[in-house]
Every structure is written in structure tokens, then in C-alpha cells.
Write a protein that binds this ligand. Sequence first.
Ligand code: SF4
Length: 286
Amino acid sequence: MTREELYQSIYTHETIYIPPQEEGSAALEVALGCSWHKCTFCDFARDEFFIHPLSRIEHNLQILGMLQPENTRLFLLGENAFCLSTEFLCQIIDLVAKYMPNVHRIAMYSRADDILRKTDEELRLLKSRGVAALHIGVESGSDPILAERCKGVTSAQILDALHRLEQTGIDYFVTIIPGLGGREYSHLHALETARLLNQLHPKNIWCLKLKLWEDTKLCKEAQKGFFQMMTPEEILLEERLMLENLHVKDCLFEDTTVLDQYTIYGMLPDQKKDLLRAIDYLLARP
Ligand code: SF4
């Protein structure tokens, strides 16, 4: 088999997605889809939720170890791979040590409630076994918006989960969805999200503006007039309000979807003024 064929043999889909912060990591598919699968805006979790048996994971790891023997970083694929039991994650990590002994940093996607279902002891164990970072879709700090979009967690639960990661020393990266509240809740979304983030210490805040994906519930609500989608300019103005009210420290802020064509990024708090200036400049264009 060629290298390409070997890679193809270990992934279900042709394209795999890992967060930009994990670029360069080897990617091991441990699950497909999302165990929650109910957020009304989500087009990400297309597969039915499925956890690969350990035998399949071991087989894939053997191949991945052959293809990337020197890689020190591993990303576990699955829309919320951290929902796997601690015991199962530890079994996977045992196999990682066998087939990819150079790996010392493991990251994956997680929901806030996946973290809450684990005890402090389990979180500490996973950290000691190499789980160094989780990527979490926070989306909004506003409870009415989280509830309306069926996120399945409250802002208090998000806060609790991420504080527990901080106590354990597991890093976390969060995504926010500007525009998720629609025109009606735009201010609330901006201010409540800033309020939530100000109580946290994420490594990175990644804004991905709302996109209405065909066939999602939210898209259908918008078509029926129950959700007012904002223009890209309105969404950027909302993001500006959130940024203005953000007081997080040592955190990279980025948005790769500005006006559907630009990327802005900068460290907070030092580059906050530059980021606001960049937004003002883009909003002032004809
Ligand atoms: S938790 Fe994430 S992956 Fe799962 S349905 Fe919601 S947005 Fe999609």
C-alpha cells in the first residue's frame, strides 16, 4: 500500500478536521459524530455517533505509528471524543504509548458536560497520562441563547467545567459563534459571552461567525421567520461589542470568518486596541 492508501484506510472520511491550534498533530479516529447531536445550528456532526472498538483503534494506531513515528502530538478525532469513559481513554493512551512512544501531548474536542461527568480524580489521571488540551464549543455565554439553540448546557455548567480543567492543569481552547442569538439577542449574546469569558482563562478564543447550513433546524427557523439572521457587518459589530467588554489575559483572540473573507488575530489584552481598530477599519470600508 502507498502512504496515501494507508492514510485512507484509517479514516472514515476523505477530509479530516482538526483545530488549527493542533496543526501538525497526528490524528487518530476514535469516534464518529457527536454524542449530543442536538444543537440546532450544527452541521459539523453529520455522522451517527459511534465509538470505534479498541481493536480498530489499535489497528489504526499501528498504521499511524508507522506513518508518523516521530510525532509527539496526537489529536483524537470525534466531535466530542472526551465523552469516552476515562477507562477507555486510558486504554487508548496505553496503546498510544506502545505504537507512538514519542507522543507526549494529546488533545481532542469536548463538550462542557463531558468534563462534568468526570471526577476530579479522573481529570487528574487523564492529565497525568498526557491529555493536555481540550477544544470546546462554548458558542455563547447567554443562557436563553444556549437553550434556544439546544446546546444542552448552561453558562454556569460551562463555567464549572472549565474551572475544573484549570484546577487540573488541562489547557482549553474555546470557540464562540458571533451572530448565534440573531438580531434580537445580539447585544445579550455579546455582553453575556464577554461576561462568561472574563471569568475564564482560555488559551485561545476562536470566533467563527454563524453560518446557516441547509437542513439544520436553525436554517428552517430562519426560513419561517422565527430567527433573524444578521448581516456579516452586523455580526462584526456584535463581535466588536464583545471584544470591547473582554478582559481575559494571555489569550489569543482570532476570527477567521470576518465579513466572510478576512482573518483577524491578536493577543489579549495587549493587542485589544489593534483588534478593535482593525474591526473599525473593516466596518468603515465602502
Ligand atoms: S455539541 Fe458540538 S458537535 Fe455536537 S451537536 Fe452541538 S455543536 Fe454539533
